[in-house]
Ligand binder design. Sequence first.
Ligand SMILES: [Zn+2]
Length: 265
Amino acid sequence: MQWEHLTAPDFAKAVQDTGVCVIAMGVIERHSDHLPLGTDSLNAHAIACQAAEKEPAVVFPPWYFGQIYEARCFPGTVTIRPTLLLELIQGVLDEIGRNGFRKIILLNGHGGNNSLLGFLAQCGLWEEKPYSLYTPTGRLTPEQEQEWLAMAETEVHGHACECETSMSLHNFGQLVKMDQVPEEPAQPLNRMDHLPPTFAAISWYANYPEHYAGDARTASAEKGRALVGWTVDALADYIAAVKADEVVPALKNEFFRRVREEVGQ
Ligand SMILES: [Zn+2]
């Protein structure tokens, strides 16, 4: 169920019936020259909506604000000041909680959000909230991985690549410009390899200055259907596991009871 499609009474019933809200965290950024700026949000939201049909949950409206400072040199990127971004997302999570959801799934649709989402999850112990946050970290199963390897025709993946372009062709093919796919694949430039293993703000740019990582020439809607199908099934299973989970809320309650009782405040 999509939050913005429900009437107020139907929304209240959906909160009661499901207890779980999924927010798909994307961004607005360049995806080489052939995919739309909203690709991550569009794909993640589509996957969340399809999964929530299989295992009922409420999906928050499409969300476009995340960590994407490394794309500020490209037209159309939308970035938000770091402190405001944290406040904004936490404010939205609090609103989801205020509307009655006790479990929120933070679904990541963008690699550059990994650290941000991890930190947001950790912030759940800063102060007691009425809701628990869950961030799925799983990938394809080993069997699906094998199936994908048999299907895939390229080896370097990462951004606007064969996988992401295939999923986009399946989910919103009308927005994909296959005639604009670069003629040359984008291999990592390894421009920080003179250093010992390092992470820096410029790391992504050092490897992929055109926001393209991989080779989209062999992308197809058929491949996308398989990838999206696996991802939707995995998320539907995850929603079911979150619904059934009583451990995280109980441990959270125990943790904050100890904060109150064992630490002077
Ligand atoms: Zn992307």
